[in-house]
Design a protein around this ligand. Sequence first.
Ligand code: DNO
Length: 359
Amino acid sequence: MKMTMRWFGTGYDPVTLDKLRQVPGLDGIITTLYGVPPGEAWKKEQFNALKKEVEDAGFSIAGIESVGIHDSIKTAGKDRDRYIENYIATLAMLGEEGVDLVCYNFMAVFDWTRTNLAKPRGDGSTVMSYEQDVIDKIDPANMFARMDGKSGGYLLPGWEPERMARIKELFELYGAVDEEALFANLKYFLEAVMPVCEKYGIKMAMHPDDPAWPVFGLPRIMAGKEQLLRLVKMVDNPCNGVTVCTGSLGSNPANDIPDIIRALKGRVHFAHVRNVRHNSPGDFEESAHLSRDGSLDMYAIMKSLYDIGFEGPVRPDHGRTVWNEVCIPGYGLYDRAMGLCYISGLLEAVQNTEIHFQE
Ligand code: DNO
């Protein structure tokens, strides 16, 4: 496995590449061209500037997270083919530049959703958390007002003011899209992009829905084992795979993550390894990466990734905000660096135990 960290780019991310260089065992960077709206084809010069910056810092780009999918593709809008063409053009450009991993999601309206971006913990750190009761009381038309303030100016993806201004329209757009329709639209998209993926050896890595159940009455189709298996079977191509995000899937205690990993053998292209703590049904918070700080068995997760022969990029994910760091919620340097060291330690133990048994 290749240890990576997500970096949001100069001007967006308070964490700089020279700081990331000092994280032990970091093999590569996961990034994207921030500021390019979903639907637009990426410009080669812009991407090359990003690539050069990463390479000048002594890293390589281990994968793109994400190339966003336009709402028209998700809802089978009349202009979806045009947006798919743009997506294909982006993939071809990335393929020519040596990128072989693209993470994306197929969530309706919003990307991942939390109700608090800075919940205080007893140890003085803060974490992101989710309470279904809070969501149930929110009127989608007034969501922006709720999220503002607590986040230190940062917003969750999908909650940008320009989208919030059209939130009613977006809900209407998705009004006729139920689970089956969303699956059909996903299949249409994947079938269209598989040829360019095959040509350049690009692995598409679907990010699961977060939280792993429907929110605001919107359909969720990537929330558990059956749905992920349906994804990989409905377009049965090795380029069509999954990002195992243990925290997203793990938000639902019914999801047995090692079992899901084993079931997806050969189609796991990327792993986000983080822990969550279940407080009560529909109420969870993001813990430190350690097993004993949350509800997931992180050793079993790393062992299952190892057992299926996964060799792709892994990254720590949402961390706590510790030591008064000023950072993007979930994406500070300190707790993710601790997470990376912990994951690397688990992996070393798994590998060495294996070798020991073979002797
Ligand atoms: C959250 C992330 C997601 C992820 C997208 C992939 O921190 O894991 O925003 O990047 O869902 O498209």
